[in-house]
Design a protein around this ligand. Sequence first.
Ligand code: SAH
Length: 355
Amino acid sequence: MKPNIKELTLKEFAAHLVERKEPSYRAKQIWQWLFQKRAASFAEMTNLSASLRARLAEDFTISRLVTLRQTVSKDGTKKFLFGLSDGHSIESVLIPELKRLTLCVSTQAGCGFGCAFCATAVLGLKRNLRASEILDQILDASRSLAGDQRITHVVLMGMGEPLANYAETVKALDVMTDTSWGIGISPRRITLSTVGLVPQIQRLMEETKVNLAISLHAPTDELRGQLMPVNRKYSLQQLMDCCRALPIPRRRRITFEYVLLRGVNDSMDDAIALCQLLRGIRCKVNVIPFNPHPGSPYQRPQDAEVEKFQRVLHAHGLQINIRRPRGDDIQAACGQLQGEEVQHRQRQTSLAAAQ
Ligand code: SAH
């Protein structure tokens, strides 16, 4: 099996070229073909000699994801089901807003964190994605765009926990953000969302400049522990201490995500406790009304309840966003990404039961 060229770092590839008696500056040109011009073959790389192109094709492959399905929502949101080379599948969601085009990418096939309300959790962890598989979601989703359209923002909020796949995620971020040979999206336009892995959050903030979002979802250890098993490893106290100490640049804020589950974490007491918990942290809160999915026991609160919750936060001076569900008619909203496998399995089980 020939290696996938996108699995190498630029430095590793430059060293390979030198071994092959080629000038190392060619590496950058080839990286531009791969990540800026989205070349799918070496033959397209017309500023290289024919012999070099042929040699590269002998030595390497250029990966692509298989688009198993594309679904478009009535609000313009587009969901991709991508197949990986070993048969697992992942989902990415393209979200058009006024001047933005945001791609929500996955970092793992499935997820092992078991948050009680999340559809991806049902799958369990299949495996970590390689850096190239994270990047290919951007490249392959871009291929579906018309002429001058470009992905302007990336959120690492799809399937999986990015900080549990730290090395490959950061490797992908390096290529995503580099403007000279990479995809060239500014780190200010990239947001990574995590369940709250304290040591990895600290490391990420030292090593990259991307925005940080933390899935909070409850103001007390008792409730958060029920909804998010990770809270038994890193308590709210540890998480908040970590947030207070982070080197967040001026004018930037940590985002806290709070999924509102009817009758579970949406009371006025919860809202007040949340304000107290976040006191003194430069942050904003994304209030996300729960997006239902098949088999989940949770419900979305009424709009009036959502507004009441929001008013308490507002009165305490917190900056808030209410996330309108996007793409919920095609199961593409937050927490609805499941890939194909569960549905397959359910179909097979119901078939077996019917026989
Ligand atoms: N593992 C990371 C990345 C996933 S991001 C994390 O947990 O942050 C997806 C976001 O959607 C998280 O905030 C997650 O808690 C939230 N979410 C999960 N299921 C949801 C649902 N059914 N409705 C609304 N939001 C949900």
